[in-house]
Design a protein around this ligand. Structure first.
Ligand SMILES: Nc1ccn([C@@H]2O[C@H](COP(=O)(O)OP(=O)(O)OP(=O)(O)O)[C@@H](O)[C@H]2O)c(=O)n1
Length: 368
């Protein structure tokens, strides 16, 4: 059988950028679904004819042409007959750097000059069909964040198309899950702020992240580098009022670990101070489960100490001080139930008050 197989998309792009290749996607021309199934390929795509290779389990898609019809992601007509050419398949793709194919002999097929754009560090759309998929606004912003250290920029004409998508209202048709997936990938890059900068320029921020108070001048990028994705999100959200942040998390259907940390950080910044009395510290430490959940607590204080430019060591000392208080000796003294709870609390407060810590307010009891 005379079908042709090409490596396409991210694998070709990343290899040309000398980056490690994680996933390999393939395009097949000149074949029907039945022919691939006869060869042992297993169909997985419902919307598109995508198959898993019998041995490598890599994805093989039949070359296809797409035409948008109606609103939203599902409004596509998809033609994957065996006469669709490789060029037609490449033409429906988002960026020229993602539209380079490599044949089995290792030759590159690059009708949209993706190699030139890789060289010129340009994120440029392939054709006007770019506007048919609003997710591409987020994808381009994500690629800008991911390849920022290479010096990539969004081509002006592409930025105009992104603005056109924002103005059309089509971004509203994206599901929260798809938006979140792109955001999470952007958080994992070295320059998550670039993702938001590009979205802001594309006029997409008020639509996608309307409750997020975010500053173009945010210069926390270096600090973000050593942090986890959840911590990065908490830092990015730190200027957003708690009420708005909760609404944003709800709209995005944000996973719990992101939501909890970002809201705890913002709650601290909004309602507490870095220099408080022992009983205020005790109440806060207990409210964020400092004793029972030491790991999430450490993630939290890494972020808060970074934002407030205080010493992480001092925050850890607070936790260790209250964690040492144990119930056994109080039980021996006859404490039980609510009284035991109160006695434990008093001891935690006493121990905190005895600390010589810059986080501890040493003034009179009437002040904070
Ligand atoms: N909305 C989309 C999604 C995907 N693609 C095309 O499908 C390929 C594979 O998509 P995907 O795996 O999502 O992205 P990659 O480019 O492989 O990047 P990543 O490394 O992030 O997986 C892309 O290169 C691009 O050619 C597209 O044109 N438009």
């Amino acid at each position: 059988m005379s079908y042709q197989v090409y490596l396409v998309g991210g694998a070709v792009r990343d290899r040309l950028l000398k980056l490690p290749v994680i996933d390999q996607d393939w395009v097949v021309t000149g074949a029907t679904p039945e022919q691939l199934e006869q060869q042992g390929f297993q169909q997985v795509g419902k919307q598109f004819p995508v198959f898993l290779h019998p041995k490598t389990k890599e994805e093989y898609a039949l070359a296809r042409r797409e035409k948008k019809q109606g609103q939203g992601y599902t409004g596509f007509i998809c033609d994957f007959s065996p006469n669709i050419t490789l060029e037609e398949d490449l033409e429906r793709r988002d960026l020229t750097i993602n539209a380079i194919a490599q044949n089995e002999e290792g030759q590159l097929i690059d009708p949209f000059h993706g190699q030139q754009d890789l060289h010129d560090r340009l994120l440029r759309h392939v054709s006007n069909a770019f506007v048919e998929d609003p997710l591409r606004v987020l994808r381009v912003a994500r690629f800008a964040a991911r390849f920022q250290s290479f010096g990539f920029n969004v081509a002006d004409e592409t930025m105009s198309l992104m603005q056109q998508i924002s103005d059309s209202g089509e971004l509203n048709s994206l599901s929260p899950e798809r938006i979140w997936r792109e955001l999470e990938k952007a958080l994992a890059t070295d320059h998550p702020q670039t993702f938001f900068k590009v979205l802001a320029k594309a006029n997409a921020m008020p639509i996608l992240f309307s409750n997020l108070t975010w500053s173009e001048q945010d210069n926390s990028e270096d600090a973000l580098r050593s942090l986890t994705n959840t911590q990065r999100w908490a830092i990015i959200c730190r200027h957003t009022q708690l009420q708005d942040l909760k609404a944003l998390h709800q709209t995005l259907r944000c996973p719990n670990q992101y939501k909890l940390l970002a809201e705890q950080v913002r709650d601290f910044l909004e309602n507490r101070q870095v220099c408080m009395m022992a009983e205020n510290w005790e109440a806060w430490l207990m409210s964020v489960n400092a004793i029972k959940k030491p790991q999430p607590f450490e993630k939290l204080i890494q972020v808060v100490s970074l934002i407030t430019q205080t010493n992480l060591k001092d925050w850890l000392t607070l936790r260790n001080t209250i964690a040492k208080v144990n119930a056994a000796s109080l039980i021996k003294q006859g404490y039980a139930g609510a009284e035991l709870g109160e006695a434990l609390k008093q001891e935690r407060v006493r121990n905190l008050a005895a600390l010589n810590s810059p986080l501890l307010f040493q003034g009179d009891a009437a002040s904070p």
